[in-house]
Design a protein around this ligand. Structure first.
Ligand code: SF4
Length: 258
Protein backbone atom coordinates (compact mmCIF):
# COMPACT_ATOMS: atom_id res chain seq x y z
CA UNK A 1 0.00 0.00 0.00
CA UNK A 2 2.83 2.43 0.76
CA UNK A 3 4.90 2.24 -2.40
CA UNK A 4 2.97 2.91 -5.55
CA UNK A 5 3.39 2.49 -9.27
CA UNK A 6 1.43 5.73 -9.74
CA UNK A 7 4.16 8.02 -11.00
CA UNK A 8 2.68 11.41 -10.06
CA UNK A 9 2.84 10.74 -6.31
CA UNK A 10 5.21 9.16 -3.78
CA UNK A 11 2.68 6.97 -2.00
CA UNK A 12 -0.95 6.00 -2.10
CA UNK A 13 -3.03 5.73 1.06
CA UNK A 14 -6.40 4.01 1.10
CA UNK A 15 -8.40 4.62 4.26
CA UNK A 16 -11.44 3.95 2.05
CA UNK A 17 -11.60 1.29 -0.65
CA UNK A 18 -14.29 0.20 -3.08
CA UNK A 19 -16.31 2.24 -5.54
CA UNK A 20 -19.71 2.24 -7.25
CA UNK A 21 -18.83 4.19 -10.41
CA UNK A 22 -18.36 1.01 -12.43
CA UNK A 23 -15.69 2.26 -14.87
CA UNK A 24 -14.90 -0.48 -17.37
CA UNK A 25 -11.17 0.16 -17.21
CA UNK A 26 -10.97 0.09 -13.38
CA UNK A 27 -7.62 -1.25 -12.23
CA UNK A 28 -8.67 -1.20 -8.55
CA UNK A 29 -11.64 -3.51 -9.12
CA UNK A 30 -9.48 -5.93 -11.12
CA UNK A 31 -6.94 -5.94 -8.31
CA UNK A 32 -9.57 -6.56 -5.62
CA UNK A 33 -11.24 -9.32 -7.60
CA UNK A 34 -7.89 -11.01 -7.88
CA UNK A 35 -6.65 -10.62 -4.30
CA UNK A 36 -9.68 -9.77 -2.16
CA UNK A 37 -11.57 -12.99 -1.59
CA UNK A 38 -14.04 -12.48 1.27
CA UNK A 39 -12.77 -14.33 4.33
CA UNK A 40 -14.45 -12.33 7.08
CA UNK A 41 -15.69 -13.07 10.55
CA UNK A 42 -19.44 -13.64 10.65
CA UNK A 43 -19.91 -10.49 12.77
CA UNK A 44 -18.46 -8.29 10.10
CA UNK A 45 -20.38 -10.02 7.32
CA UNK A 46 -23.58 -8.75 8.93
CA UNK A 47 -22.75 -5.08 8.36
CA UNK A 48 -25.06 -3.34 5.88
CA UNK A 49 -24.14 -2.97 2.21
CA UNK A 50 -22.72 -0.87 0.74
CA UNK A 51 -21.34 1.00 3.76
CA UNK A 52 -18.73 -1.08 5.45
CA UNK A 53 -16.75 0.41 8.30
CA UNK A 54 -13.89 -1.85 9.15
CA UNK A 55 -13.02 -1.07 12.74
CA UNK A 56 -10.76 -4.01 13.49
CA UNK A 57 -7.54 -5.20 12.01
CA UNK A 58 -3.99 -4.14 11.48
CA UNK A 59 -2.49 -1.81 8.92
CA UNK A 60 -2.14 -4.62 6.42
CA UNK A 61 -5.70 -5.85 6.91
CA UNK A 62 -4.99 -8.90 9.02
CA UNK A 63 -8.39 -9.13 10.55
CA UNK A 64 -9.56 -12.59 11.46
CA UNK A 65 -8.26 -16.02 12.27
CA UNK A 66 -4.75 -15.08 11.28
CA UNK A 67 -5.76 -14.58 7.66
CA UNK A 68 -4.70 -11.54 5.68
CA UNK A 69 -7.21 -9.86 3.43
CA UNK A 70 -6.98 -6.24 2.33
CA UNK A 71 -10.51 -6.24 0.85
CA UNK A 72 -12.79 -8.38 2.99
CA UNK A 73 -15.93 -6.91 1.39
CA UNK A 74 -14.63 -7.12 -2.14
CA UNK A 75 -15.13 -3.82 -3.98
CA UNK A 76 -18.01 -2.60 -1.79
CA UNK A 77 -17.17 0.81 -0.30
CA UNK A 78 -15.32 0.11 2.92
CA UNK A 79 -13.89 2.45 5.55
CA UNK A 80 -10.61 1.07 6.90
CA UNK A 81 -10.70 3.15 10.04
CA UNK A 82 -7.57 1.45 11.36
CA UNK A 83 -5.55 3.00 8.52
CA UNK A 84 -6.27 6.61 9.48
CA UNK A 85 -3.04 7.01 11.44
CA UNK A 86 -0.73 5.88 8.64
CA UNK A 87 0.37 9.32 7.26
CA UNK A 88 1.31 10.46 10.77
CA UNK A 89 3.71 7.51 10.96
CA UNK A 90 5.55 8.60 7.80
CA UNK A 91 8.06 11.09 9.12
CA UNK A 92 9.53 12.20 5.76
CA UNK A 93 7.28 14.52 3.70
CA UNK A 94 5.55 12.71 0.83
CA UNK A 95 3.10 13.52 -1.90
CA UNK A 96 0.24 11.18 -1.09
CA UNK A 97 -2.59 10.13 -3.38
CA UNK A 98 -5.54 9.72 -1.03
CA UNK A 99 -7.78 6.91 -2.25
CA UNK A 100 -6.29 5.21 -5.29
CA UNK A 101 -8.73 2.30 -4.71
CA UNK A 102 -11.91 4.34 -4.40
CA UNK A 103 -13.64 7.63 -5.12
CA UNK A 104 -13.61 9.34 -1.72
CA UNK A 105 -16.15 11.88 -3.03
CA UNK A 106 -18.54 9.36 -4.57
CA UNK A 107 -22.15 10.31 -3.82
CA UNK A 108 -22.50 7.21 -1.63
CA UNK A 109 -19.61 8.02 0.73
CA UNK A 110 -20.83 9.19 4.16
CA UNK A 111 -19.75 12.72 5.12
CA UNK A 112 -18.28 11.29 8.32
CA UNK A 113 -15.77 9.15 6.41
CA UNK A 114 -14.62 12.14 4.38
CA UNK A 115 -14.26 14.35 7.44
CA UNK A 116 -12.33 11.66 9.32
CA UNK A 117 -9.92 11.40 6.38
CA UNK A 118 -9.46 15.20 6.34
CA UNK A 119 -8.77 15.11 10.08
CA UNK A 120 -6.13 12.40 9.60
CA UNK A 121 -4.48 14.53 6.89
CA UNK A 122 -4.49 17.59 9.12
CA UNK A 123 -2.73 15.53 11.81
CA UNK A 124 0.24 15.03 9.46
CA UNK A 125 0.58 18.43 7.76
CA UNK A 126 4.13 17.83 6.50
CA UNK A 127 2.74 15.78 3.57
CA UNK A 128 1.05 16.96 0.37
CA UNK A 129 -2.35 15.31 -0.16
CA UNK A 130 -3.84 14.74 -3.60
CA UNK A 131 -7.56 13.95 -3.73
CA UNK A 132 -9.07 12.81 -7.00
CA UNK A 133 -12.72 12.28 -7.90
CA UNK A 134 -15.08 11.59 -10.75
CA UNK A 135 -17.76 13.46 -8.82
CA UNK A 136 -16.34 16.99 -8.38
CA UNK A 137 -19.70 18.48 -7.51
CA UNK A 138 -19.48 16.65 -4.16
CA UNK A 139 -16.37 18.70 -3.48
CA UNK A 140 -18.25 21.85 -4.45
CA UNK A 141 -21.11 20.83 -2.13
CA UNK A 142 -18.67 20.36 0.74
CA UNK A 143 -17.18 23.75 -0.06
CA UNK A 144 -20.61 25.39 -0.07
CA UNK A 145 -21.39 23.71 3.25
CA UNK A 146 -18.08 25.04 4.67
CA UNK A 147 -16.99 21.42 5.14
CA UNK A 148 -14.01 21.48 2.78
CA UNK A 149 -10.84 22.36 4.67
CA UNK A 150 -8.48 24.72 2.91
CA UNK A 151 -4.77 24.04 3.20
CA UNK A 152 -1.87 24.79 0.89
CA UNK A 153 -0.94 21.09 0.97
CA UNK A 154 -4.42 19.88 -0.10
CA UNK A 155 -4.97 19.44 -3.84
CA UNK A 156 -8.37 18.51 -5.21
CA UNK A 157 -8.56 16.93 -8.64
CA UNK A 158 -11.20 15.71 -11.07
CA UNK A 159 -10.83 12.79 -13.42
CA UNK A 160 -12.06 13.77 -16.88
CA UNK A 161 -13.31 11.00 -19.10
CA UNK A 162 -14.75 13.30 -21.75
CA UNK A 163 -14.22 16.92 -22.87
CA UNK A 164 -17.75 17.61 -21.60
CA UNK A 165 -17.00 16.70 -17.99
CA UNK A 166 -17.28 19.60 -15.57
CA UNK A 167 -14.07 20.22 -13.67
CA UNK A 168 -14.37 23.85 -12.67
CA UNK A 169 -15.75 23.28 -9.19
CA UNK A 170 -12.85 25.34 -7.82
CA UNK A 171 -13.91 28.53 -9.63
CA UNK A 172 -13.77 31.57 -7.36
CA UNK A 173 -12.13 29.58 -4.56
CA UNK A 174 -8.54 29.58 -3.25
CA UNK A 175 -8.23 25.77 -3.47
CA UNK A 176 -5.59 24.02 -5.52
CA UNK A 177 -7.32 22.25 -8.40
CA UNK A 178 -6.00 19.72 -10.91
CA UNK A 179 -7.42 17.38 -13.52
CA UNK A 180 -6.45 13.89 -14.52
CA UNK A 181 -7.22 12.80 -18.05
CA UNK A 182 -6.43 9.20 -17.48
CA UNK A 183 -7.07 7.12 -19.30
CA UNK A 184 -7.53 9.44 -22.25
CA UNK A 185 -10.30 7.89 -24.33
CA UNK A 186 -10.82 10.51 -27.05
CA UNK A 187 -9.42 13.87 -28.26
CA UNK A 188 -10.09 16.76 -25.87
CA UNK A 189 -9.58 19.59 -28.35
CA UNK A 190 -8.33 22.87 -26.95
CA UNK A 191 -10.02 22.50 -23.54
CA UNK A 192 -11.63 25.88 -23.80
CA UNK A 193 -12.61 27.00 -20.35
CA UNK A 194 -12.68 30.16 -18.33
CA UNK A 195 -11.32 28.43 -15.21
CA UNK A 196 -8.07 26.53 -15.49
CA UNK A 197 -6.66 24.08 -12.97
CA UNK A 198 -3.03 24.37 -11.88
CA UNK A 199 -2.08 20.92 -13.12
CA UNK A 200 -3.11 18.50 -15.86
CA UNK A 201 -2.16 14.82 -15.71
CA UNK A 202 -2.61 12.76 -18.83
CA UNK A 203 -2.07 9.06 -19.49
CA UNK A 204 -3.22 6.10 -21.52
CA UNK A 205 -5.26 3.10 -20.50
CA UNK A 206 -3.15 0.22 -19.27
CA UNK A 207 -3.96 -3.40 -18.56
CA UNK A 208 -5.38 -6.21 -20.62
CA UNK A 209 -8.94 -4.93 -21.28
CA UNK A 210 -10.32 -6.19 -24.58
CA UNK A 211 -11.45 -2.85 -26.04
CA UNK A 212 -8.57 -0.84 -24.64
CA UNK A 213 -8.31 2.67 -26.15
CA UNK A 214 -4.89 3.49 -27.62
CA UNK A 215 -4.46 7.30 -27.89
CA UNK A 216 -2.88 9.16 -30.80
CA UNK A 217 -0.07 11.64 -30.22
CA UNK A 218 -2.03 14.63 -31.54
CA UNK A 219 -4.65 14.10 -28.81
CA UNK A 220 -1.93 14.81 -26.23
CA UNK A 221 -0.26 17.56 -28.27
CA UNK A 222 -3.51 19.55 -28.29
CA UNK A 223 -3.77 19.39 -24.51
CA UNK A 224 -0.13 20.33 -24.03
CA UNK A 225 -0.52 23.31 -26.34
CA UNK A 226 -3.58 24.58 -24.47
CA UNK A 227 -1.79 24.16 -21.13
CA UNK A 228 1.32 25.95 -22.37
CA UNK A 229 -0.80 28.92 -23.38
CA UNK A 230 -2.33 29.09 -19.89
CA UNK A 231 0.94 28.26 -18.09
CA UNK A 232 -0.52 25.09 -16.59
CA UNK A 233 1.87 22.30 -15.53
CA UNK A 234 1.51 19.03 -17.45
CA UNK A 235 2.41 15.61 -16.17
CA UNK A 236 2.53 12.79 -18.71
CA UNK A 237 2.23 9.31 -17.28
CA UNK A 238 4.79 6.70 -18.22
CA UNK A 239 2.07 4.97 -20.22
CA UNK A 240 2.55 7.57 -22.99
CA UNK A 241 6.33 7.90 -22.79
CA UNK A 242 6.94 6.01 -26.04
CA UNK A 243 4.04 7.74 -27.78
CA UNK A 244 5.36 11.22 -26.93
CA UNK A 245 9.05 10.56 -27.59
CA UNK A 246 11.11 13.72 -27.12
CA UNK A 247 7.94 15.70 -26.22
CA UNK A 248 7.48 13.63 -23.07
CA UNK A 249 7.47 15.71 -19.88
CA UNK A 250 6.56 15.39 -16.24
CA UNK A 251 5.95 18.71 -14.47
CA UNK A 252 4.75 19.32 -10.93
CA UNK A 253 2.98 22.62 -10.28
CA UNK A 254 4.59 23.06 -6.86
CA UNK A 255 7.99 22.94 -8.57
CA UNK A 256 7.23 25.32 -11.43
CA UNK A 257 5.23 27.85 -9.40
CA UNK A 258 7.03 31.20 -8.94
S1 SF4 B 1 -13.77 5.90 -10.19
FE1 SF4 B 1 -11.77 4.89 -10.03
S2 SF4 B 1 -12.04 3.36 -8.41
FE2 SF4 B 1 -14.09 3.98 -9.10
S3 SF4 B 1 -14.68 2.45 -10.64
FE3 SF4 B 1 -13.78 4.23 -11.71
S4 SF4 B 1 -11.60 3.74 -11.95
FE4 SF4 B 1 -12.46 2.35 -10.36
Amino acid sequence: MYKTKIDWCDSSWNPVTGCLHGCEYCYARRHVNRFGKATMDDDLRELDEPYRDLVTGTECGEIARGRINHYPFGFAPTFHRYRLGIPAKWSEPRTIFVGSMTDLFGSWVPDEWIQDVFTACAAAPWHRYLFLTKNPMRIRELYSAKALPYADNFWFGSTLTSPDDNFTWFRDTPYHGFVSIEPILEPFGEMETEYWPEWVIVGAETGPRKNKVVPEKWWIDEIVEACAEKKVAVFMKSSIRDLMGSDFKQEYPWEVRP
